[in-house]
Design a protein around this ligand. Structure first.
Ligand SMILES: [Zn+2]
Length: 610
């Protein structure tokens, strides 16, 4: 069936196919549904934007179907529609409620189609398009479409209320308030360049502009439900100004909200109000992913979350920030102790330490390695327990044995030690140790062995550090330093010769003689001696007991020392002794110096003192 041109109307640019169908139906005295049935299609298929039905409608009415290309709302899913490539949801379209511009309607009535000329614009169905860009006035609702038979029957609704519409007082919008409406219009016309905001579906971009703008205008806790269409329109424009500047501007806005809230406040709803609700539990739609990501990043930058925490629907994954409290919870350590250490290590500024533990934030990534060391470090008492040190062995936690990892800004007891350092030290001093076998006797703990040798225990530990001791055992019933057992005989061997044995050099100074003489005295047996390993350099050498040296000095005296004792010149004294026929104790040729027995000198002493 082709309608006689006299009965048809001219389709308008921007008109919805449903409006066109409705207008022609009214002209031929039918409802839109009846007319669609008459031409073999359903009105619902026109409302849903089915291309084949629209083609039939156009053909019947002598219209070019391509005129509807950018003005057909195509139903693409249960609640989604496509308008010229832009996505909208049922909630963001007016659909049942018909919005019109009274000025446009008045103009339409002057067109060639006269009383059937008032047509429905596709853009009027977008909720966020709240004004007529041509006339600058607010769109007005004409009815709430409850009669299912008349749903979307645009011309019928308009004609039923024509007087009200034409008589409605026009509400003009401030001139600079159309930014969002113009933006949406450009997206539908296909002239908007790509941008961060336009990466979001049109309905989500518009909604975001509106609620962000509403928050800017009326605060985070403003009740959305009580806002008028005019409020939303102006909010949309302000929100667009912010969001069209990109995600950085939105982040800055969130930072402002954070700063504006009291420092002690960290409830998300209290700080970000409805925005937080809308992007979290109220609405899980992926369409808002871009804007949700900005809020999420901002939250992660301003609050400490653990890797398993869900923030706006997504697990944190890698922790960005720690607070003193979150570190305490995660590590099970005392928060005050952690704060002292954080301050000492310079991770937390001194000025922040009076804040609540939740609010003292620091970068968990940059400080990861240091935090790990710090958290697992032991203070002095802990390190003593870890190494199982005895009451008097605290010196082992100082150089030259061990050194704290951190001392700055900490009391001595708080000095920090790293477990690997302690482990390495223990491994070093026990490297020659084997477990004590049953039947092995005579081994003593370090302290006991030291007192047995009358030498400081530190020297015994040094022998262990240098690996000198070969007989080292570990008490299977103890651990750490306390478990170390040494052989007191071996210890004495190393430590006592230092006191009791005299090598050539020391003998030279004791007797004030030459090296040759000192050696000759020991080698000829004039002074008892033996060959032994030197305790320090481990070389074989001749050593004399100090007691033998003392006995020698009491019995013998060299001509040099005697000269000093009697106050004579050495050569003069030598001549005098020959004169007096005092015998030398040893062969002067062999020894290299004349020695005399003090007992044989006694009768002549008065003759020697001049
Ligand atoms: Zn208008």
């Amino acid at each position: 069936m082709i309608l006689h041109p006299f009965l048809s109307l001219s389709a308008q640019a921007g008109e919805t196919p449903a409006s066109f169908c409705s207008r022609v139906a009214l002209k031929v005295g039918r409802s839109a549904r009846e007319f669609a049935d008459d031409i073999g299609i359903t009105f619902q298929s026109i409302v849903d934007g089915v291309a084949d039905s629209i083609a039939i409608l156009a053909q019947v009415c002598g219209a070019d179907a391509t005129i509807f290309d950018r003005s057909t709302l195509v139903r693409t899913g249960n609640r989604t529609y496509d308008l010229a490539g832009q996505v909208f949801t049922r909630e963001t379209l007016t659909r049942g409620n018909v919005f019109v511009c009274p000025a446009c309607i008045a103009e339409d009535l002057d067109s060639l189609d006269a009383r059937y000329g008032a047509y429905g614009r596709a853009q009027w169905q977008i909720e966020a398009m709240r004004v007529c860009l041509r006339h600058g006035c607010l769109l007005i609702p004409t009815c709430h479409d409850t009669n299912p038979h008349r749903a979307h029957d645009f011309a019928w609704h308009i004609h039923a209320r024509m007087e009200d519409i034409l008589g409605a007082p026009g509400v003009m919008m401030p001139e600079a308030s159309n930014a969002l409406a113009q933006y949406l219009s450009r997206r539908i016309e296909g002239t908007e360049p790509s941008s961060w905001l336009s990466s979001m579906p049109a309905f989500a971009a518009a909604k975001s502009c509106e609620f962000v703008g509403l928050t800017i205008r009326y605060g985070v806790h403003a009740p959305w439900k009580s806002m008028t269409s005019s409020d939303w329109h102006q909010a949309g424009s302000e929100g667009y100004a912010l969001l069209s500047a990109g995600p950085g501007a939105l982040t800055a806005y969130f930072q402002d909200l954070r700063r504006a809230a009291p420092a002690t406040e960290y409830g998300f709803r209290a700080i970000y109000g409805r925005i937080f609700d809308y992007l979290s539990h109220d609405n899980q739609s992926e369409a808002f992913a871009s804007i949700r990501k900005v809020l999420r990043d901002h939250l992660l930058e301003t609050r400490a979350f653990g890797p398993d925490d869900l923030v706006l629907g997504t697990a944190v994954g890698t922790r960005r920030l720690h607070s003193v409290r979150s570190l305490a919870v995660e590590t099970g350590k005392d928060a005050r102790m952690l704060l002292r250490r954080l301050r000492a290590l310079g991770i937390v500024a001194k000025s922040k330490t009076r804040m609540q533990h939740d609010r003292i934030l620091f970068d968990a990534q940059t400080n990861a390695a240091l935090l790990d060391k710090m958290v697992n470090a032991l203070d002095r008492p802990e390190a003593e327990r870890y190494l199982n040190l005895g009451r008097t062995q605290g010196y082992l936690l100082n150089p030259p044995f061990l050194a704290p990892f951190w001392i700055e800004g900490l009391h001595s007891a708080e000095h920090l030690f790293l477990k690997p350092d302690l482990d390495a030290f223990l491994a070093m001093i026990t490297r020659n140790a084997t477990p004590l076998q049953s039947g092995e006797e005579g081994f003593l703990r370090i302290g006991k062995a030291a007192s047995r040798s009358q030498r400081p225990a530190a020297l015994v530990v040094q022998l262990l550090m240098f690996g000198r001791l070969t007989k080292v055992r570990l008490d299977p019933d103890s651990k750490g330093v306390d478990a170390i057992l040494v052989d007191p005989e071996e210890v004495r061997e190393f430590l006592n010769p230092m006191a009791n044995l005299v090598a050539v050099r020391m003998l030279m100074s004791e007797l004030r003689c030459s090296q040759n003489t000192a050696q000759a005295l020991m080698e000829t047996g004039a002074l008892p001696s033996r060959i032994e390993r030197h305790p320090i350099n481990r070389l074989q050498c001749r050593l004399a007991e100090i007691s033998d040296v003392e006995a020698f000095k009491a019995e013998y005296v060299s001509v040099y020392i005697l000269a000093e004792e009697v106050g004579m010149h050495v050569r003069q004294l030598g001549d005098r002794l020959i004169e007096l026929a005092v015998p030398t104790a040893f062969d002067p040729e062999e020894i290299g110096t004349s020695f005399y027995r003090r007992s044989e000198l006694l009768p002549f002493m008065h003759k020697l003192r001049t």
